[in-house]
Design a protein around this ligand. Structure first.
Ligand SMILES: *Cc1c(COP(=O)(O)O)cnc(C)c1O
Length: 351
């Protein structure tokens, strides 16, 4: 606290990212990064973009990137918004769409950036408890509200909602914006992007950080009908006109266009996830059914924080949340088969 701070700064509750320490032989399974690396074509495109043209500002509208995303998802380029990571796209959505006269709804256990943005932007929120099995029940969202945001699959549970239930939720609030954060949808879920054709209140947000292995590049996007996209554009152009740099626009465009790399790597992640889930269950863990690139698991005989600490002593990082209801769980990112083997070998010894 300092007398120089704007008053709001003292009231913030900043997001705490998973740690990125320097440890020898570190196995990082704590921030849901993709173990396979980005498309070689994306790397080539970025190398080519490192040129004299960097003295020029990037295209503020990132048109080539938006056109590539539009082609992939069968929408118009002006129905696509891109930003500096989906966290930035989300932040703009909170300002542009989710700040209404009635409370914003989201699950009690969810991506912890949502309450952080509510503090920053002074948005009243109501947390809707997940069911005892950690699923979202759309019926719980049938109440007065200003707007809804939901990750699908949810984080950190990894549990996805079927599209029919998403559609019922969106259709049930025709006069309220509904934002779906599909950061993990490419690992086995069914995207709601096609529903944006029918529902003018639906905005779907994706990231290139997880399924396209570009967490370091910071690119995310949103798809929706023009009025929603226009709201994001108005906020963006009141904040930063050039959020996606030249290198990122080149790399992200090539990554979106490389379907083969995308399919090969995400399939490998999904195969490993099923194997790791099975082995953890054999070891007595309860593993929630994941549609993401991580599993969320607890062991009846082991305290979550202690287990995370023991793994850390073996240079294996997993994510633990010291929060009600989930304090016994570990969120474990799916690595390569060899990395999964190392995790399993460590757990063999510990549990
Ligand atoms: C990782 C993640 C994001 C943020 O992704 P970036 O594009 O890297 O900012 C957004 N939402 C959820 C639920 C995530 O897990």
């Amino acid at each position: 606290m300092s007398k120089f701070w704007s008053p709001v700064v003292g009231r913030l509750s900043p997001y705490v990212a998973g740690e990125q320490p320097r440890i020898d032989n570190l196995l990082k399974l704590n921030t849901n990064e993709n173990p396979y690396g980005p498309s070689p074509k994306a790397i080539g495109a970025m190398q080519a973009a490192i040129a004299d043209s960097l003295r020029l500002y990037p295209d503020p509208a990132a048109l080539a990137l938006r056109q590539a995303i539009a082609r992939l998802h069968g929408v118009a380029a002006d129905e696509v918004f891109v930003g500096n990571g989906s966290d930035e796209v989300l932040a703009h959505a909170f300002v542009a769409l989710l700040k209404q006269d009635e409370p914003l709804l989201y699950p009690d256990i969810t991506y912890s950036f949502y309450p952080t943005y509510c503090r920053l932007f002074d948005i009243e929120a109501e947390e809707i408890p997940l069911k005892d099995d950690f699923t979202v029940d759309p019926a719980d969202y049938r109440r007065r509200c200003g707007a809804i945001i939901l990750p699908n699959p949810n984080a950190p549970t990894g549990i996805g909602l079927p599209l029919s239930q998403i559609e019922a939720l969106v259709a049930g609030h025709p006069d309220r914006p509904v934002v779906l954060d599909e950061a993990y949808i490419d690992f086995g879920g069914e995207s709601a992007i096609p529903l944006t054709r029918t529902y003018p209140n639906l905005l779907v947000i994706h990231t290139l950080s997880k399924s396209r292995s570009l967490a370091g590049l910071r690119v995310g996007f949103a798809i929706g009908q023009r009025p929603l996209i226009e709201a994001l554009e108005r906020v963006k152009d009141s904040f930063n006109s050039y959020p996606v740099d030249r290198i990122a626009q080149a790399g992200a465009t090539a990554a979106i266009e490389d379907r083969d790399w995308f399919d090969t790597t995400r399939n490998k992640v999904m195969e490993s996830r099923e194997r790791v889930s099975g082995v953890l269950r054999q070891h007595g863990f309860e593993v929630l059914p994941s549609q993401a690139n991580f599993v969320f698991a607890r062991h009846p005989d082991h305290d979550g924080a202690a287990l995370a600490k023991t793994l850390r002593e073996r240079a294996i990082l997993v994510r633990h949340f010291a929060r009600p209801r989930i304090a016994d769980f570990l969120r474990i990112t799916i690595g390569t088969p060899a990395e999964c083997d190392r995790l399993i070998a460590a757990l063999d010894e510990i549990v």
